[in-house]
Design a protein around this ligand. Structure first.
Ligand code: ATP
Ligand code: MG
Length: 141
């Protein structure tokens, strides 16, 4: 099914390395419109709440510590087929497996510090976007 919106984060590794601008350029050049965007930090238990679906996985504690280790950019993106097309643009979770030209191939440094997040379904895109943004902050296009 064709979907209109997805949610992304530029993670602490990519933001800290000064790659946010280059990554946003790739996102816009791939045809995604920015609906909402902010620099923020997943302080306290916010990372734990965001990644609650992963709480049984062995990397959960490390992932939460890493995701709260520095500022991130959170953004809602709009494009036809947004969820699937964005997952294609970012590439595989492990940068070693990511296709040439993908954001993770270019900017990720490890399976954990993998530069960007992309929602995995329409339902999660809406939940994740609502975690960071109020309706008033979603400007739309
Ligand atoms: P994301 O949800 O961030 O877009 P993804 O959907 O490709 O990534 P998930 O399986 O949802 O991958 O994992 C969420 C995040 O947890 C990954 O992006 C990565 O930062 C981290 N992660 C996943 N697998 C591992 C692992 N084996 N070891 C360490 N960290 C991991
Ligand atoms: Mg995921």
């Amino acid at each position: 099914m064709s979907t209109k919106r997805t949610f992304t984060m530029i993670k602490p590794d990519a933001f800290g390395a000064g790659n946010a601008g280059a990554i946003l350029k790739m996102i816009e050049e791939a045809g995604f419109k920015l609906v909402a965007m902010k620099i923020t930090r997943l302080a306290g238990d916010a990372a734990g709440k965001f990644y609650a679906v992963h709480h049984e996985r062995p990397f959960y504690k490390d992932l939460c510590a890493y995701m709260s280790s520095g500022p991130i950019i959170a953004a809602i993106l709009e494009k036809d087929n947004a969820v699937a097309d964005f997952r294609k643009l970012i590439g595989a979770t492990n940068p070693a497996d990511a296709a040439e030209g993908t954001i993770r191939k270019l900017y990720a440094t490890s399976i954990e510090a993998n530069a960007v997040h992309g929602s995995d379904s329409d339902e999660n895109a809406a939940i994740e976007g609502n975690f960071f943004f109020s309706e008033l902050e979603k400007v739309g296009v």
